[in-house]
Design a protein. Sequence first.
Length: 243
Amino acid sequence: MKLENRVAIVTGAAQGIGKAIAEKLASEGATIVAADIQGDLAKETADALGGTSVQVDISKEEDAQRMVDETLSAHGKVDVLVNAAAIVPFVPWDEVDFAYWRNIISVNLDGPYLVSRAVEKPMREAGYGRIVLIASNAFYAGTPNMGPYLAAKGGVVGLTRALATELGKYGITANAVAPGITRSPATLNSPHKDAFDFVQALQAIPRHGETQDIAPAAAFLASEESGWVTGQVIVADAGHIRD
Ligand SMILES: NC(=O)c1ccc[n+]([C@@H]2O[C@H](COP(=O)([O-])OP(=O)(O)OC[C@H]3O[C@@H](n4cnc5c(N)ncnc54)[C@H](O)[C@@H]3O)[C@@H](O)[C@H]2O)c1
């Protein structure tokens, strides 16, 4: 198993893509720390996988630090961070006021920065780390009704490159997965659910995306054998974006 003896924090692990990634990493042997603002559901994920959980708001610096401190107390190290937590909005541009903009940027861009920053020190000390961020193919497609989300996910791509550049010398890689539209609570409980058939017509592989379609790309980037890959984005979207 590729992740045996590895400790992996997965944010957004309460449901959806983050939960599927936690399950996949656990199936590869990782000890999972399931982190989410929905603490009870994160605990359910952790209990099912034999890991531990942390209730965390990734947009708060003290929470991000506590998440790492609790991981170190419970497991002694952190080898992998996957940041899947985010808000997936559907808001017409004309309704995006500054408070709304700030909220999305704070969770979807400040959050990845804060959790990456918090894992950096123990990873540097260990001389090893895998940071996996979750971007979105919506950034490349310019998907409507997601203005601040597109800006944040573009920022996640930039953050990925910055982390790769700054941390490579410490044995830490940083990469991102950019999913296409995927069946998750976020999309199935919002107007995004109406876009699946339209997007399917643009995909090379004609079916709806499942959370389990995204997890293997994250598992590869979380593994030791991905060590020569850094600063990259794997677009996992059934061939929707092909340029
Ligand atoms: N589903 C899609 O079509 C799709 C497509 C591209 C990218 N993504 C990305 O995949 C990731 C997971 O999306 P999903 O569809 O599973 O969404 P989801 O809403 O189903 O799950 C997101 C999880 O993040 C958690 N979360 C939200 N804000 C948080 C915060 N401040 N602190 C901690 N946890 C928080 C939620 O509680 C939830 O458990 C996100 O980064 C999203 O942007 C999703």
